[in-house]
Design a protein around this ligand. Structure first.
Ligand code: F6P
Length: 545
């Protein structure tokens, strides 16, 4: 696969979409639906238990055809194969991005540098299962002989967002006798609040960090060690109260965690693609190895679908192309993800890293500046809370915000009419966004003319609706993989490397330069710009130095 990328906007297919956009951008969804009574059934795909309704998008059959041509012209098929083949698709770091191997079945072969990595993956999964079972059964004892009841995951970014999202999403399936906490922020409050009511004798820390060098995680890990040592008064306690998940054995050993208590993963697993690796250890402890395997099977089913389904029926490809359509042709800046499922409350936050750390780039794989927009801002909130917060803007604001609604048919916690009410709201919101309400309709309802402009809904606000039978570990796996591959599809169209994250480095470097100025280790004139220097000075004054 060549890294020389023909700028996407120079592709004939892109230019055809620009022309097409001018023809269809003003077409009302009302008309598209009335001209084609079957549109709502026609523009939908069902695969591997996921139903995607994309009929409420500002598209025609021609749009879909042209978007599929764009995918073909961008070499999407070749890029998918390259990723699955273990090619070094992460060109700036010279690495494969083979997270799909993390969910491969035992007998499968997936190669990195000619070596089948699937046996290694399963060896780690087996080790994780042994640990998880021991902990869940009370067989893992703390330093004083008490069984562990509290598990605190310390990590950040991909080493936190996947575990916390999955824990919340699958809480229904979790062992309730165990308490799970997640510490990520370097703000001491995060650690203090997570541990203040925990008994150190019953608490185990999982330090999750691919590099085992991340400032936030290592600072929290050292505070955790101090906390354990202060309570248990013996350096031997570390062995019973800490395990590590990392790809850096040396740093783990330096911290004092022995190799038996380390769960490894590999440089071909990116942080934001790591929740199926040992980074998911807390998830496995919470839900048990069988449910964890079911989650991996869900991921794997979506991987297979992405790799083999024709693009016109390929869920991640269609979702990725629709994101490109709004981002690059309508100029939409954001994309809202709105799960009508309380257990998915951390899903939008998880997707933010997945999408924006992957595709928030302004250079293409060959280093040239892109001449088009890249990643939309992903954001969202569970329904129906969002309805009473920002939906006003979605319905009547001046911005176009494509939305993904996500709902499940069967509730995990049936309670009176709650679930039908929840889903009635989800369907209603998508309907209201698409079709709105005209001043004529308001007139017929007796709304006075002066008030009508305020009560009019112009409609034509696009959305996808994803409907799944039930939120199970397998369904979660499918959903996450759906977004992973949609993000990949978008990255391919934009010609960028979705697997590096250089944009997080500069701030880290500067923080380390600033630190000595804050803790009194460097005296005299600030080395920073005048604004930062003045802020540092004000900070020192306020804190009384
Ligand atoms: O935010 C940058 C980043 O490198 C992410 O990509 C990663 O998920 C996170 O930091 C944590 O890194 P680590 O697992 O090495 O601590």
């Amino acid at each position: 696969m060549s890294t020389n990328h023909r700028p996407s906007c120079k592709l004939t297919a892109w230019q055809a979409l620009e022309t097409h956009y001018r023809k269809v951008s003003e077409l009302p969804l009302r008309k598209l639906f009335s001209d084609d009574p079957k549109r709502g059934e026609r523009l939908a795909v069902e695969a591997i238990g996921i139903y995607l309704d994309y009929s409420k998008h500002r598209i025609t059959d021609e749009t879909v055809k042209l978007l599929l041509q764009l995918a073909a012209a961008s070499g999407l098929g070749d890029h998918i194969e390259a990723m699955f083949r273990g090619d070094k698709v992460n060109v700036t770091e010279g690495r494969a991005a083979l997270h799909v191997a993390l969910r491969a079945g035992k007998g499968q072969t997936m190669l990195v540098d000619g070596i089948n990595v699937v046996p290694q993956v399963h060896a780690v999964l087996d080790k994780m299962a042994g640990f998880a079972n021991r902990l869940r059964s009370g067989g893992w004892k703390g330093h004083t002989g008490k069984p562990i009841r509290n598990v605190v995951n310390i990590g950040i970014g991909g080493s936190d967002l996947g575990p916390v999202m999955a824990y919340e999403a699958l809480r229904y399936y979790s062992q309730r006798g165990l308490t799970f906490r997640f510490v990520s922020n370097i703000d001491g409050t995060d650690f203090i609040e997570a541990t203040h009511d925990l008994d150190a004798e019953e608490t185990l820390f999982i330090i999750t960090s691919k590099t085992f060098k991340t400032l936030e995680t290592m600072t929290n890990a050292h505070s955790a060690r101090d906390w354990i040592l202060a309570a248990l008064k013996s350096p031997d306690a570390v062995a019973k109260h800490f395990v590590a998940v990392s790809s850096n054995a040396q740093e783990v050993a330096k911290f004092g965690i022995d190799a038996d208590h380390m769960f490894t993963f590999w440089d071909w697993v990116g942080g934001r693609y790591s929740m199926c690796s040992a980074i998911g250890l807390s998830t496995m402890v919470a839900i048990g190895p069988e449910h964890f395997r079911a989650m991996l099977d869900g991921f794997q089913q979506m991987d297979g679908h992405f790799r083999s389904a024709p693009f016109e029926q390929n869920l991640p490809v269609l979702m990725g192309l629709l994101a490109v359509w709004y981002n690059n042709f309508f100029g939409a800046e954001t994309l809202a993800v709105l799960p009508y499922e309380q257990y998915l409350k951390r899903f939008p936050a998880y997707l933010q890293q997945l999408a924006m750390e992957s595709n928030g780039k302004h250079v293409s794989t060959d280093g040239a500046n892109v001449a088009h927009q890249t990643c939309p801002i992903y954001w969202g909130e569970v329904g129906s809370n969002g309805q009473h917060s920002f939906y006003q803007l979605l319905h009547q604001g001046t911005k176009l915000v494509p939305c993904d609604f996500i709902g499940f048919a069967r509730p995990l916690n049936p309670l009176g009419r709650h679930h039908d009410l929840l889903l009635a709201n989800m369907f209603a919101q998508a309907e209201a966004l698409a079709f709105g309400k005209t001043s004529q309709e308001l007139g017929r309802e007796g709304v006075p003319a002066w008030q009508a402009p305020h009560k009019t809904f112009e409609g034509n606000r696009p959305s996808s609706t994803i409907l799944v039978e039930r939120l199970t570990p397998m369904a979660l796996g499918k959903l996450v993989a759906l977004y992973e591959h949609s993000v990949f599809t978008q990255g391919v169209i934009w010609g960028i490397n979705s697997f590096d994250q250089w944009g997080v480095e500069l701030g880290k470097e500067l923080a380390m330069q600033i630190l000595p100025e804050l803790d009194g280790q460097s005296k005299g004139q600030s080395k920073q710009d005048s604004s930062t220097g003045a802020l540092i000075q004000r900070y020192l004054t306020l804190k009384g130095q």
